[in-house]
Each structure stands twice: as structure tokens, then as C-alpha cells.
Design a protein around this ligand. Structure first.
Ligand code: PEP
Ligand code: MN
Length: 265
């Protein structure tokens, strides 16, 4: 299918000149959001991520603060001038996020696997004149067509600024990584769609903060347009994905040494 990708038109992180989205796995409290955002902003990060709606594997885990966190993300915009990004899993999340002024929406790995939800998200976004950027994570299973299909559904519905996020693929086997990267799959997607901006998500690929720096570097070496990385002001006490989150200081030590390998974003 012929898909045209418009430039994401996102601010680049300097000195490396790549897209860098950073912030906690989940928005937990207003203080945690603002403290983490302040430290990232002071280190030059221009785009802040935090999930409000969390699709957890087992019931009984923290499932996110929901729409209550939207004003917290707005404070991040107002106080630090950062763009904001959050995960959406249905049309209602999309409408609430767009109406609150969120700049970037991403579709999580579990949602990319569901064509009905992707259609709901796509058609809801397309109703708005001022559209957010939409980033599509790979599905949890290693199925390139499901990933490409979600991108095609968004494009056919009229969504303009689309990118992809490589977060690795789940496995039942013992593995160094939480979600082994299977680099050949995102590479094949970029071959099919040479102008598709691809971001690496080393936090969800590795599941361990010690491995995050190496996968950040590999992603940029693979000519990705940038990174989305989890960072929390107090990672060991995080309410989700504690083992893979880094403090802003730890993250910035890594990101400030990396450079973009590709020219177009
Ligand atoms: C996340 O970004 O925190 C998340 C839940 O990601 P994924 O959909 O990749 O599991
Ligand atoms: Mn997470």
C-alpha cells in the first residue's frame, strides 16, 4: 500500500540532533511528573512522556491515573515549554488527550495488535483539524504485517504525521532482553517505508537499566530518527517498570554522547 509520511516536525535534542522523548513509564503523582520533567528540561530534553492509561498484563497492578493526569502534563508544557506525549488505547483516550492539548500520542504494543482499536483511534484523530503526531509501537508478537497494517489504517483514515516505535517482541524463551529486538523486523519496515520515522525504545526492549545505553546507541547506529526512553526521578520506587527506568541524570549522561546517524527526520 502506498503511504505518504509527512515530517513529524518535532524539535530535536541537541547536541545529538535526534528526536528524544523521555519521562516516566507512568504518571504517578503531580510532584513526580513535575520533578522528573524539570530535571529532563534542564538537561535539554524537549519532549516529555508519561502514560496515563496503563494496559497491565495482570489485574491488581497500578493501571494509571487516567484523565486526572492531563492537567499535570499541561503544567509540564506551561512551566518547561516541553511537548507532551502519552499512550492511547481507544478513541476516548484520543479525544480526551487532544482536547487537553497533548502533542504526541503513541499506540502501545498491545493495542497495535487489535485492528478494531486502531481503527477507532485513527478515525477519532482524523476528526480533528489540529492533529497530534501519532507513533505506533510494534505489536507484542513479531508480526511485521500487523505493525504495517496499523500504520496503513492510520494513514487511510487521514492521519498525517505518523512514526513508528521499535519496543521489541515478547518471548517465552529465556532471554537477556525483556523483549528481544529482532532488528530485522524494524529494518524490513523501514525498507518498505523508507520515509517512515523510526524511534527506538531501549527501555522496553531491555527491561534493565544497565542495558539501556547500549540499545540507545544501536538504535541510532541503525539510522533511527530518535529514541523514547523511560526516566523517573526515583526509579527504584516507580509504580511500573521500575527495573528499566533511569534517573534523568543517568539518562542524560548517555544521550548527550550520542549522535543521529541519519539526515532526514
Ligand atoms: C510504555 O511505553 O510504558 C508501555 C507500556 O509500552 P509497551 O506498549 O511497549 O509495552
Ligand atoms: Mn513502561
Amino acid at each position: 500500500m502506498d503511504v505518504r509520511f509527512e515530517s513529524l516536525d518535532l524539535p530535536l535534542y541537541s547536541p545529538g540532533n535526534y528526536i528524544l522523548i523521555a519521562g516516566p513509564c507512568s504518571a504517578e503523582t503531580e510532584d513526580q511528573v513535575l520533578k522528573t520533567a524539570k530535571e529532563l528540561h534542564e538537561g535539554g530534553v524537549k519532549i516529555f512522556r508519561a502514560s496515563l492509561w496503563k494496559p497491565r498484563t495482570r489485574p491488581g497492578c497500578f493501571e494509571g491515573v487516567g484523565a486526572m493526569g492531563l492537567p499535570w502534563l499541561n503544567r509540564v508544557k506551561e512551566e518547561y515549554g516541553m511537548l507532551t506525549a502519552t499512550e492511547v488505547a481507544n478513541g476516548l483516550h484520543v479525544a480526551e488527550s487532544i482536547e487537553a492539548g497533548i502533542d504526541i500520542l503513541w499506540i502501545g504494543a498491545r493495542t497495535t495488535s487489535n485492528p478494531f482499536l486502531v481503527e477507532d483511534i485513527a478515525h477519532t484523530i482524523a476528526k480533528y483539524d489540529c492533529q497530534p503526531v501519532v507513533l505506533v509501537k510494534n505489536p507484542i508478537n513479531p508480526d511485521i504485517d500487523l505493525w504495517a497494517g496499523s500504520i496503513e489504517r492510520l494513514s487511510s483514515a487521514g492521519v498525517k504525521r505518523i512514526g513508528a516505535i521499535h519496543r521489541g517482541f515478547s518471548t517465552y524463551a529465556d532471554s537477556l532482553y525483556r523483549n528481544p529486538p529482532h532488528w530485522q523486523i524494524p529494518i524490513e519496515l523501514m525498507r518498505r517505508y523508507p520515509t517512515l520515522p523510526m524511534l527506538g525504545d531501549p527501555s522496553h526492549i531491555t527491561g534493565k537499566r544497565a542495558l539501556v545505553p547500549e540499545v540507545c546507541r544501536q538504535s541510532l547506529d541503525m539510522h533511527y530518527a530518535g529514541l523514547i526512553v523511560e526516566s523517573h526521578c526515583n526509579p527504584d520506587d516507580a509504580w511500573s517498570d521500575a527495573a528499566q527506568q533511569m534517573t534523568p541524570e543517568e539518562l542524560l549522561k548517555v544521550t548527550s554522547k550520542l549522535k543521529l546517524s541519519r539526515l532526514a527526520t
